[in-house]
Design a protein around this ligand. Structure first.
Ligand SMILES: [Zn+2]
Length: 325
């Protein structure tokens, strides 16, 4: 770059918002080296200060503690830091969080991530589910245009539960005795519109009542719903009065009228299943965390940086900001 252009660039840096600064800091990091987690954590307050107790937006700096800026709310007078009321509050070894987020980006096992980051496997397990708590709940709240929905099933697993086992343990990650819907399968409904907005739901049962309960708030009245002609989805669409375009896959039909198909949601489901295979069966009570983990990776076009993963765990997910969801 010419010296004159560089001076111009350099003086323009003064106008950056804290958020824009952070984006540049990330881009300037040499590959493999991460930005300081502490600094990243602080952006949660510097970007949009808000009291975690009363949501008041007028806050003052109030000294430092545990390596973090403390704040005091001008409204309710409570003090807090950028981690208060986040899932990462109270976790130690902040300096290792970016490295740990990198393990989540890569989908490493508990054992492997513990070794890579230098923490105990129990800590790696606890961190995994703390880090996934917010991504679990971060999903599209409404779908527009052409939306595709598909029911899929995960093997029921009580892995990780020490008490209340209702039957003899099965070889982990094994196959269910019966195909299709059985007591051993947990139904999940995946919905995705053509702009990539995605929502998924772990259902108690894949019947009309349960599917209706999650689809009604999600689908706008002018949505065109494409399904693989599953009966309960058709009934719900009719009940909601929305346009339904079933695609009869078993009869070899793939696309109706050139645009109505379920290829996006099916491709998403295949990527999800393929990626989940590495975990050798996940405990059903954590299934939502894994679905959220995958949604987060997909929301970043399957190319999420560790810093962006950590941001999502703190509720400062950039892509979400951009999408306004
Ligand atoms: Zn307050």
């Amino acid at each position: 770059m010419k010296p004159r252009d560089f001076r111009r660039l350099s003086s323009a840096l003064k106008e950056l918002t804290p958020h824009q600064r952070q984006i540049l800091i990330d881009r300037l990091q040499p590959a493999g080296q991460s930005s300081a987690p502490g600094q990243l954590v602080e952006t949660r307050m510097t970007e949009k200060p808000s009291c975690p107790h009363c949501a008041g937006e007028r806050v003052s700096r109030w000294g430092f503690a545990n390596g973090l800026q403390r704040y005091r709310c001008n409204t309710c007078r409570a003090t807090f830091n950028a981690l208060t009321h986040t899932p990462l509050a109270g976790l130690r070894h902040k300096a290792k969080w970016i490295d740990y987020a990198k393990q989540l980006v890569e989908g490493s096992s508990i054992r492997k991530s513990a070794a890579a980051v230098g923490i105990h496997p129990n800590t790696a397990f606890r961190w995994r589910h703390r880090f996934l708590r917010l991504p679990n709940g971060q999903q599209a709240s409404s779908l527009a245009g052409i939306a595709e929905a598909d029911e899929t099933y995960f093997l029921e697993s009580q892995k990780g539960r020490r008490q209340g086992l209702s039957r003899a343990p099965r070889q982990r990650g094994g196959k269910a005795g019966k195909r299709g819907l059985s007591e051993e399968q947990v139904p999940v409904l995946i919905c995705r519109d053509r702009t990539g907005n995605t929502a998924d739901f772990v259902l108690e049962k894949a019947d009309q009542a349960h599917i209706g309960a999650v689809l009604k708030p999600l689908l706008a009245s002018d949505v065109i719903l494409c399904t693989d002609s599953a009966k309960s989805l058709a009934t719900v669409a009719k009940e909601m009065g929305i346009t339904h375009r079933p695609v009869n896959l078993t009869a070899g039909q793939r696309v109706v009228a050139g645009v109505y198909h379920v290829q996006n949601v099916n491709a998403y489901d295949s990527r999800l299943k393929e990626w989940m295979r590495r975990f050798h069966g996940v405990a059903t009570r954590y299934l939502g965390n894994y679905l959220g983990w995958r949604r987060l990776i997909e929301r970043h076009d399957r190319n999420i940086s560790p810093a962006d993963f950590l941001r999502a765990t703190l509720g400062i997910d950039r892509v979400q900001h951009a999408m306004g969801t």
